[in-house]
Design a protein around this ligand. Structure first.
Ligand SMILES: Cc1ncc(COP(=O)(O)O)c(C=O)c1O
Length: 392
């Protein structure tokens, strides 16, 4: 290269190789148990995997499927929203199938932001939010969730104070990764009132909607005044343990769906055809499937949370998601990066430093996240290993 100019676009320059890649490589190199990245170590229901195989064999979706998604899936998504939440959507105009929630987030931000628009997001946040806001030329305005009485909570006054005349939208996430916070009805109601009062759009990432152990998941779109200003995002990855399929979706007003589709059109155009047919079947699984998923993950949450507490961590037991955040200071460390980089050598477990989810890195410096979407024997082994820390 002869040019002086940096190769990487300046908007992306601060988002280099992620800690997830570094930690996954470390897990492989040291033969550690990887509780870093949030992917299940067993695949989703066999019937659903068979449905994908059947779709491929029958020639359903092997060629470009329709841009908004196959009608079978769009209809199944609207049935799901009606059955679970009493929300009515038109499958032809108010649903868009995306390549995972990740594309839904990117396409929504690219479609709805002009350069300079401010986006309020709950910090710590899922790492793609900051990068996608930057790619869209927006300015992120973090509102920090802070630990209080063993759980992370949102300060509504701080949220209100963060709104300026340049605020275009709030990017919400409930149940929340990485803290496990599930926003309450009162909190959601206050957010809805604020959005209406200040005429804001809201993108709400609800990919963990079925992983709630305490409280309930209430879609923001169900609050008065929100139906027309909310882009609701979900995906099949977490709910059906198929994170590699990358089938996500949005539900929103026809105007919002059309806007987001304009961005999706030039990102991926369409999303994995045969998997869409399988996810349509998955969304129609009986309630017992969703109940069992939740019960299984609740037991795993309890196993890992108790084990981490016995190993000396301060534990923030999550109300939802499949992540648990811990404070490592009782173990004599205040630096999550150094702690996580040393953990595989010290005891053969991989975790993620929460600081990567913060703009205000100092706020997350001493917190570390573990995923519990793993087999029970793997979690039990991880706990045994983590308990050896105090002796080391
Ligand atoms: C909050 C949040 N949103 C979105 C995603 C990505 O979902 P998908 O795999 O469907 O793209 C994740 C995955 O970890 C997540 O934690």
């Amino acid at each position: 290269m002869t040019q002086e100019r940096p190769l990487l676009n300046r908007r992306l320059a601060e988002f280099g190789t992620t800690i997830f890649a570094e930690m996954s490589a470390l897990a492989v190199r040291t033969g550690s148990i990887n509780l870093g990245q949030g992917f299940p170590d067993s695949d989703g229901p066999e019937a659903i995997r068979e449905a994908a195989v059947r779709a491929v064999r029958a020639g359903h979706g092997n060629q470009y499927p329709p841009g908004p998604g196959v009608p079978e899936l769009r209809t199944a998504i609207t049935e799901h929203q009606r059955r679970r939440y009493g929300l009515e959507y038109d499958p032809d105009a108010e649903v868009l199938v995306t390549t995972g929630a990740t594309e839904a987030i990117a396409a929504s931000l690219l479609a709805l932001l002009e350069p300079g628009d401010e986006v309020i997001a709950l910090e710590p946040y899922y790492d793609s939010y900051a990068a996608c806001i930057a790619m869209a030329g927006g300015t992120r305005v973090p509102v920090t969730l802070r630990p209080h009485d063993g759980a992370y909570r949102l300060d509504l006054d701080e949220l209100r104070a963060a709104v300026t005349p340049r605020t275009r939208l709030i990017l919400l996430n409930t149940p929340h990764n990485p803290t496990g916070t599930v926003l309450t009805r009162d909190e959601l109601s206050a957010i809805a009132e604020l959005a209406c009062e200040r005429d804001l759009l809201v993108i709400t990432d609800e990919v963990y909607e079925h992983l709630v152990f305490e409280g309930e998941h209430i879609p923001l779109a169900s609050f008065p005044g929100m139906r027309g200003r909310t882009v609701t995002i979900s995906s099949a990855g977490k709910t059906f343990s198929v994170t590699g399929w990358k089938i996500g979706w949005i539900t929103a007003s026809p105007e919002l769906v059309a806007a987001v589709r304009s961005a999706k059109q030039f990102l991926t155009y369409v999303s994995g055809g045969p998997f869409q047919y399988a996810v349509a079947e998955a969304l129609r699984l009986p309630d017992s499937y969703f109940d069992e998923l939740r019960a299984d993950l609740r037991a795993k949450r309890d196993l890992l949370s108790t084990g981490l507490a016995e190993a000396g961590f301060d534990v923030y037991k999550p109300a939802g998601t499949y992540f648990v955040t811990t404070d490592i200071r009782p173990l004599g460390s205040g630096d999550g990066f150094a702690f996580c980089r040393a953990l595989p050598e010290r005891c053969g477990v991989v975790a993620i430093p929460n600081a990567v989810f913060y703009d205000h890195r100092e706020q997350g410096a001493h917190f570390v996240r573990f995923a519990f979407c793993k087999r029970t024997d793997v979690l039990a082994d991880a706990v045994t290993r983590l308990k050896s820390l105090q002796a080391s």
